[in-house]
Ligand binder design. Structure first.
Ligand SMILES: [Zn+2]
Ligand SMILES: [Zn+2]
Length: 130
């Protein structure tokens, strides 16, 4: 475990709000002022490959990092990007064999998308679609 990996994991343990790579970088910089954005991005990628982190792709340009790798789903606010962890039962969504087309299923990704209480007020018409 390199110091960079340890620092990034520490940040994610303290910040349970599924931060972006940029947010992780900003926070890691407090403890490692010399760290570069590229190091943070690469280390996040390594930790995802190792299975220590989960990467959530909300849209092609927005990836968020999650220290909780056990099974759970996410509530996502389409306006402010707030993400909450929610329980999720994958068995309820299991494909029956006739619909797997011979695929070996390794993953299911469930997002409950909508608007958080702060954003659920009257629409200003600037709602983004993912
Ligand atoms: Zn919101
Ligand atoms: Zn999560």
């Amino acid at each position: 475990m390199t110091p960079q990996r340890r620092a990034i994991i520490q940040v994610l343990l303290e910040n349970g709000s599924h931060p972006t790579a940029d947010q992780v970088f900003t926070q890691v910089k407090h403890v490692m002022p010399d760290i570069s954005p590229a190091t943070v991005y690469n280390t996040l990628h390594e930790l995802v490959e190792m299975g220590a982190l989960q990467e959530l792709t909300l849209r092609s340009s927005e990836r968020r990092y999650d220290i909780i790798t056990t099974e759970h789903a996410h509530l996502v606010c389409l306006k402010c990007g707030q993400i909450e962890n929610v329980p999720y039962n994958h068995q309820a969504l299991e494909l029956s064999p006739e619909y797997t087309y011979g695929f070996e299923i390794i993953d299911q990704i469930v997002f409950y998308r909508g608007y958080c209480p702060t954003c659920a007020g009257p629409s200003d018409g600037s709602v983004e679609t993912l």
